[in-house]
Design a protein around this ligand. Structure first.
Ligand SMILES: [Cu+2]
Length: 70
C-alpha cells in the first residue's frame, strides 16, 4: 500500500471534502482517500504507484485544483 499526499486549493467546507473524496476514490487502484480541510491536504492510498495526472484530473472534476505534487 502506497500513500501520496497532495495539496488542494479551494476547498472550504464539508461538501468540498466529499466531492474531492468521491472523485478521487473513483480512480482505479485507489484504496482510500483522506482529506484535511484545514490544511487542504489530500492523502491518497493506493495499491501501487498513483498517477498524479489522474489525481489532478479527478480533483479538477470536483471543481478544485492540485497546487502541489510531492
Ligand atoms: Cu464546500
Amino acid at each position: 500500500m502506497t500513500t501520496t499526499t497532495y495539496t488542494v486549493k479551494g476547498m472550504t467546507c464539508g461538501h468540498c471534502v466529499s466531492s474531492v473524496t468521491e472523485e478521487v476514490t473513483e480512480i482505479p487502484g485507489v484504496t482510500g482517500v483522506e482529506v484535511d480541510l484545514a490544511t487542504g491536504l489530500v492523502t491518497v492510498g493506493s495499491d501501487g504507484p498513483i498517477d498524479d495526472d489522474a489525481v489532478a484530473a479527478a480533483v479538477k472534476e470536483a471543481g478544485y485544483e492540485v497546487v502541489a505534487v510531492p
